[in-house]
Design a protein around this ligand. Structure first.
Ligand SMILES: Cc1cc2nc3c(=O)[nH]c(=O)nc-3n(C[C@H](O)[C@H](O)[C@H](O)COP(=O)(O)OP(=O)(O)OC[C@H]3O[C@@H](n4cnc5c(N)ncnc54)[C@H](O)[C@@H]3O)c2cc1C
Length: 445
């Protein structure tokens, strides 16, 4: 079939965009990516002014595996004429809004992307996959790469209240959500909760009557960005993690929660100073309360207000707060996209519904092995916590491309970390310039 693609991508967020950018110099692979939005957009609902990236701009779509690729963040700065100004501004971290603009800039130049093209169904027809949807007609492809992102997490006890006065942080920017004169509750003590608390306290949605921020966590806990924690976001660690037996992985993933799920230390400092100003230096502040260790378990609607019932884990008491408006900063969870419904029964999934991914990010399925399904941002249980982060996006794209083309197009074996995760350090394969001073470790049994 002449119109048969080698690879069809579902979803164009940063992960498939990285893959598209790294495939762009490889005409031997006919790839096309499909996105239901009308143009590229990265978490538009959380593009708050002043918010920063949690990862270095060097961990962009391409640089970690090919700094000569034209779609790097540095290329973007140079092409936009901002390079010297950017260096002089000396941001500790790039603003989220600028990184989003970089991603849009890349998307605007790649020719292998198709927007307004939501994939509604995927089937398999013996010689390849068939993707269909209103904006794309029928597309045929030998292989598939699915990168449809995460879904907003809505706790069951509040599901029925979500609407005009109760929204998830995912939709915060861009909706008409005035809090002027209202009692507001934010639920969720992570980065999004902190950003929204600061935004509301600053009066960006009008001046609230009061603002209450509730977190289940025992305190406002920091994201751990220190050097050796960041080793979890390296190819070497991910490879060792992937080799672990399946039952060993969940406790390790749980123990890594604060590597990606706390409030950044920079935001905590801003918050602490802001609250000091509010409490001691500025006379006119919106009344607020920050309630850690509170587990909300029931929400009722009483006339026009919500009553939120919660358990205070600090002193084991029960408490109630009343709100006119609620914002759920309750995070995201993985869910296979509904367009895969016709093939889901053929995929090898674990107990939590995550696909069991091989090292090259293919999911085992009962179809012919020469037709592969790659999955991005679906590998928390197989590859660990780095899977949902941008840190290894380029490296993962490179692995996928090598697997797809059956040869080493991109080098994917940088120096291993200084820490030895298992008996074998992996240093046998270390590039020639490594010194490799290694103490001996003997594996017993
Ligand atoms: C507010 C926020 C800030 C973050 N900041 C950082 C950070 O600083 N550093 C970091 O490492 N990580 C960060 N992350 C985590 C991670 O980098 C992002 O979630 C990232 O966007 C994940 O990329 P993705 O491509 O998997 O998914 P997404 O960006 O969610 O993109 C998926 C795309 O698929 C499309 N889609 C879904 N279904 C279909 C379909 N059936 N057909 C066609 N298209 C479809 C969607 O419309 C969407 O555009 C952040 C996450 C959030 C929520």
């Amino acid at each position: 079939m002449n119109d048969m693609l080698d690879l069809a991508g579902i979803g164009i967020g940063p992960f498939n965009l990285s893959l598209a950018a790294l495939l762009s110099p490889l005409p031997q692979c006919r790839a096309k990516f499909f996105e239901r939005r009308e143009s590229f957009s990265w978490h538009p609902g959380m593009m708050l002014p002043g918010t920063q990236m949690q990862t270095s701009y060097l961990k962009d779509l391409v640089t970690p595996v090919d700094p000569s690729n034209p779609y790097s963040f540095l290329s973007y700065l140079v092409k936009k004429g901002r390079f010297y100004r950017f260096i002089n501004a000396d941001y500790p971290r790039v603003r989220r809004v600028e990184f989003a603009d970089y991603l849009r800039w890349v998307a605007g130049q790649l020719t292998n992307l198709s927007f307004n093209a939501g994939v509604e169904a995927v089937g398999f027809e013996g010689h390849g996959f068939k993707l269909s949807g209103a904006g794309l007609g029928d597309v045929h492809s030998r292989h598939l790469v699915v990168a449809t992102g995460m879904k907003p997490n809505i706790p069951t006890w509040i599901e029925r209240h979500v609407g005009e006065h109760c929204l998830h942080s995912h939709h915060y920017v861009g909706v008409d959500f005035s809090v002027a004169g209202k009692r507001v509750v934010i639920i969720g003590g992570g980065q999004s909760g902190a950003e929204i608390f600061l935004d509301l306290m600053a009066g960006m949605r009008g001046r609230a009557e009061e603002i209450i921020w509730i977190s289940r966590r025992p305190n406002l806990e920091p994201l751990d960005e220190t050097a050796f924690i960041n080793e979890y976001f390296t190819p070497d660690y991910v490879r060792h993690f992937h080799k672990l037996p399946e039952q060993r992985k969940p406790p390790i993933v749980s123990s890594h929660k604060l590597t990606g799920d706390g409030v950044s230390p920079a935001t905590l400092q801003v918050l602490s100073q802001y609250l000091y100003d509010c409490d001691f230096l500025s006379g006119d502040t919106t009344p607020y309360a920050i309630l850690p260790y509170r587990d909300v378990h029931l929400v009722g609607r009483d006339k026009n207000a919500y009553r939120l019932h919660m358990r205070n884990g600090f002193n084991n008491s029960d408490q109630v707060v009343v709100a006119d408006k609620i914002i759920l900063a309750t995070g995201y969870h993985y869910q296979l996209p509904s367009c895969l419904d016709d093939v889901i029964g053929r995929l090898d999934l674990d107990q939590e519904g995550y696909p069991r991914l091989r090292e090259d990010y293919t999911v085992a399925w009962d179809g012919p092995a020469q037709h592969r399904i790659y999955m991005q941002n679906a590998g928390r249980n197989s590859h660990g916590v780095a899977d949902a982060q941008l840190s290894l996006a380029a490296w993962r794209s490179a692995l996928i491309i090598n697997s797809l083309l059956g040869k080493t197009v991109y080098h994917v074996d940088p120096h291993p970390t200084a820490l030895q995760w298992a008996g074998d350090s992996g240093r046998r394969d270390m590039p020639a310039d490594g010194m490799g001073h290694l103490a001996k470790i003997y594996q017993v049994g």
